[in-house]
Design a protein around this ligand. Structure first.
Ligand SMILES: [Zn+2]
Length: 338
């Protein structure tokens, strides 16, 4: 039996699933559970989180009462120190006092809440590709775009907890509409859903032009259309496959998204001077092309002095990073409080 003080729960709460894991002090997963959220109502989600946590304990063969702390990563903006989720678009939440809801259901366990990207970054720092690195930035490009920032060995969440929203920095003022309500955000170009939407828009235009010219298939984007059948079915993954087969539209958009991402990253590197940058997430790790272009932009535009000490690599923990980081952040806070 492991000593009690070495066991923590990590929770990764997305818009569709909740993932829970029992983690030891070394970041090893001893038992885990993932289940689909049947409701997005905050009280029901809190119930689901507690249930998943208890099931993960069961899988590890350890009692829930032995867990020293629980870290919860939420896909959204979390207000530091209050336990309130300010906005979680995937859950449809605004100003939800989630820690309070959790405490009513699991009163004995200390809880910490943070943004899921922050949790993932902490996981990589403690047990993944950023082990021992004090100045680390983790950028994940999936359906959303975000960054977790660790400086001086500490997680940096900003004054109110919403730092790292890299997806919503402006790269094209007045440009494409983003889900946050603004126009021209990085995520409106490089985020998976938006990238596919951008291709759909351009494909519809190309298709209409081809039909006007009496052709059945557009020349630009023709390969992509062939692959997916109709514009509505375009995904970022299909774009990468089409680009690989020489599809000009897919190549142009993936490279443009990579370029905007790379310039944003170059500015981030110049501003924060990290020693390691981990680049991952479903869209970016699925597109060697976007990755290549983004890194070339960092090389071209980050200050020479900051680039000289920067190592760029990929995350190691994959979708376990969130639960591992959440649990180990709970551990770090408990250690700090002791
Ligand atoms: Zn935005």
């Amino acid at each position: 039996m492991r000593p009690k003080e070495e066991l923590y729960l990590g929770i990764d709460l997305g818009g569709t699933n909740v993932r829970a894991a029992v983690i030891d002090g070394g970041g090893h997963v001893l038992g885990q559970e993932k289940h689909r959220l049947l409701s997005r109502e905050p009280p029901q989600v809190a119930e689901a989180v507690v249930r998943a946590a208890k099931t993960a304990c069961g899988a590890a063969g350890l009692p829930f009462a032995e867990m020293r702390g629980m870290g919860i990563g939420v896909a959204g903006m979390v207000q530091k120190g209050t336990g309130v989720v300010l906005a979680a678009p995937n859950l449809g939440w605004k100003e939800v006092p989630f820690v309070k809801l959790m405490q009513a259901r699991a009163p004995r366990i200390p809880l910490w809440l943070a943004n899921d990207l922050s949790m993932a970054a902490w996981g990589e720092r403690e047990a993944g590709a950023g082990r021992g690195v004090d100045d680390l930035i983790v950028v994940l490009v999936g359906s959303g775009v975000g960054a977790g920032i660790i400086m001086g060995g500490k997680l940096r969440e900003g004054a109110s907890g919403v730092a790292g929203e890299l997806g919503h920095i402006q790269v094209q003022p007045g440009g494409r509409q983003c889900t946050c309500g603004q126009r021209g955000c990085l995520e409106a170009y490089a985020g998976g859903h938006h990238l596919a939407g951008w291709a759909r828009d351009d494909l519809r235009i190309a298709l209409a032009a081809a039909r006007t010219a009496g052709k059945h298939h557009p020349e630009v984007g023709g390969k992509l259309l062939e692959l997916v059948g109709e514009p509505e079915k375009v995904t970022a993954a299909a774009m990468e496959r089409a680009a690989h087969e020489g599809d000009a539209l897919s190549i142009r958009l993936l490279e443009e998204a990579g370029r905007l991402l790379g310039i944003a990253l170059a500015n981030l590197v110049t501003t924060l001077n990290p020693s390691r940058l981990l680049l991952g997430g479903g869209v970016l790790s699925g597109s060697p092309r976007m990755m290549r272009v983004a890194i070339a932009e960092i090389d071209a535009h980050a200050s020479k002095q900051s680039r000289a000490v920067l190592q760029i690599s990929t995350p190691e923990l994959g979708d376990q990073a969130g639960v591992v980081g959440a649990a180990l952040l709970a551990r770090a806070f408990l250690a700090e409080a002791a």
